[in-house]
Design a protein around this ligand. Sequence first.
Ligand SMILES: Nc1ncnc2c1ncn2[C@@H]1O[C@H](COP(=O)(O)OP(=O)(O)OP(=O)(O)O)[C@@H](O)[C@H]1O
Ligand SMILES: [Mg+2]
Length: 150
Amino acid sequence: MSHLLEVKNLDVKFDTDEGRITAVENISLSVDQGEVLGIVGESGSGKSVTAKSIMKLNPGNTSYNEDAEIILDNENVLQFNSKQDLKKIRGGKVSMIFQEPMASFAPAIKIGAQMIEQLLIHKNINKEEAKSISINMLKRVGIADAEKTV
Ligand SMILES: Nc1ncnc2c1ncn2[C@@H]1O[C@H](COP(=O)(O)OP(=O)(O)OP(=O)(O)O)[C@@H](O)[C@H]1O
Ligand SMILES: [Mg+2]
């Protein structure tokens, strides 16, 4: 059976003013349904860079090796180039809680509205349904006045 997620032989390099640097070298991992995988390493060892590769979220100075594979649902994410392709997985099949979540949400847009936006992109539901799911989810994690977040 195929894995939920499989990363094979991934290198991640960055082009910098000092030349091309290797941030991640030959990492392979897999995650199966119901499994939790933790990656431990010293600061700067490439944990975030590896995780961001799964959604191709590293910036424009990044290069991936041609023989690397990041397999999600039998597709190699590294071959995705269009925004449309990437939208299919970002926030749908893969979500990320960023290292500094306080800096990752748009501060001028209410949290519920940001949740509704994701639901409308990835689920076949209308705005009212998305609103109700978002409010219920925020209530479940103890947010007071969840209705005011949309
Ligand atoms: N866009 C970039 N350009 C150049 N170097 C980068 C870029 N992004 C990350 N790096 C470098 O890649 C290396 C790995 O960084 P990464 O953020 O993955 O580390 P980390 O293991 O998540 O560390 P921490 O535990 O501090 O979060 C670091 O040396 C970092 O400076
Ligand atoms: Mg990190």
